[in-house]
Design a binder for this molecule. Structure first.
Ligand code: T4K
Length: 375
């Protein structure tokens, strides 16, 4: 029995020797940060890869989300999802904004467009949806609602690197989209993130904001932050771009392998692969239903006992955390689908270097626990 820990993810890394020329370049020209040549090259190549016009690199997605809200001068209340990583809502609090939680669609795990309008008040100025697990939000309906009510839309696209719908980047929707390049993501620069803007003017404002608000050497146009990606992280990003397609292909194979194994397994449901979508297979969430012998948490603990570290993304709901639970929209009765997802979903390990034996090891625990009930 292999007892080596098997984590929910393991970062992909480019070959170490490929980094050497970039290190020499940085060491020779001594430009370490503040929009150096590698930063510029990475922005250009990333925009090409993603099929978008304007990219602004950041130190991480959280600072990028905070800056995106600043760039659009969002105020008052923002409609968002409780079923996300806590950074989504934290970016609102860091801007003095009030999150208004709206329930999710139980099939896509994304904000339910049906429920958005009822949550709009005179104070609402924006919607911040999340493309959860890289599954595209209903961008058309969300945009329609935003247009009718004059709201901004900022997509938390932390999970949506490379995702396309009908052949077009999902990042082209809304007023801004914000990516994460954290170590645990499909595409990583160790830490990192980016904002995708629709036009050069917005990108310019964002670029000022991530550099303390400097518009030129002596002019500060806003209370900006330091959100700049440095040259070393940009170099990693450039190298990762050479391998990301292969990484996504490997993830797709693992995804398929799991699905084949779990077909017909009572009480275990895999998520539907979204239609007309080039997906990135960033996560492998399963629903653990009452028909399974163990509860979701019992399965989580059983896997852990056997060295498999799955994750309950996203439990607890953001709306259940102490700094949010007092909000009227955080009431459990307002969020039945999100509550159910938080109690049923388990994300199994998925990463490009995962072997057949690793997949078998995870599946074995699930199958074994399922068959015990039949004996
Ligand atoms: N919006 C959404 C929707 C997000 O999901 C996130 C982040 C953000 C915004 C904010 O993005 P950033 O500001 O981080 O760019 C992780 C990540 O820290 C977080 O980035 C991510 N979402 C969230 C879903 O997951 P944890 O607490 O699960 O990380 P951790 O350290 O427990 O890592 C999980 C497993 O991965 C470990 O058990 C082992 C493995 N691992 C991890 C790291 C960091 C490695 O093998 N190597 C590593 O370097 O939060």
């Amino acid at each position: 029995m292999n007892n080596k820990p098997l984590y929910v993810t393991q970062p992909s890394l480019p070959p170490l020797e490929d980094l050497q020329p970039y290190l020499e370049m940085i060491w020779n020209n001594k430009i370490l940060t503040n929009g150096g040549p590698l930063h510029q090259e990475f922005e250009t190549r990333l925009a090409e890869y993603l099929g978008v016009e304007h990219v602004s690199l950041f130190t991480n997605c959280t600072v990028a989300l905070i800056t995106a809200l600043q760039a659009l001068r969002v105020s008052g209340e923002v409609i968002t999802t409780p079923y996300s990583f806590v950074a989504t809502a934290h970016s609102l609090l860091w801007n003095g904004l009030q999150p208004v939680f709206v329930d999710i669609d139980p099939d896509t795990f994304n904000l339910d467009p049906e429920r958005i309008e009822a949550a709009i008040t005179p104070q609402t100025t924006a919607i911040m949806p999340v493309h959860c697990y890289g599954n595209p939000c209903d961008v058309d309906r969300i945009q329609k609602i935003a247009d009718v009510h004059g709201l901004k839309v900022i997509y938390d696209a932390a999970h949506a690197f490379g995702v396309k719908r009908n052949g077009e980047s999902i990042l082209r929707h809304g007023d801004l989209s914000v990516l994460s390049f954290h170590a645990t993501k499909v595409f990583n620069t160790f830490e990192g993130g980016a904002i995708v803007s629709p036009d050069a003017k917005t990108k310019r404002r964002i670029d000022f904001l991530k550099n303390f608000g400097f518009a030129d050497e002596v002019t500060v146009v806003a209370p900006g932050i330091n959100g700049k990606m440095d040259e070393l992280h940009a170099a990693i990003g450039l190298l990762q771009l050479n391998h990301v397609d292969e990484a996504i292909r490997k993830r797709r194979d693992i995804d398929m392998s799991y699905r084949v194994r779990f077909t017909g397994l009572p009480g275990i449901e895999c998520l539907d692969v979204p239609k007309n979508v080039e997906w990135n297979y960033s996560y492998f969430p399963i629903r653990v239903k009452p028909g399974y012998r163990l509860s979701r948490d019992e399965l989580y603990n059983e896997l852990k006992k056997q060295g498999v570290f799955s994750r309950r993304y996203f439990f607890p709901l953001i709306s259940d955390m102490s700094m949010y639970r007092g909000l009227p929209s955080a009431a459990m009765a307002n969020l039945p689908a999100a509550t159910m997802a938080a109690n049923e979903i388990l994300c199994l390990p998925i990463f490009p270097d995962m072997t057949e034996a690793d997949i078998e090891r995870v599946s074995h625990v699930l199958m074994n626990e399922a068959t015990t009930v039949l004996e």
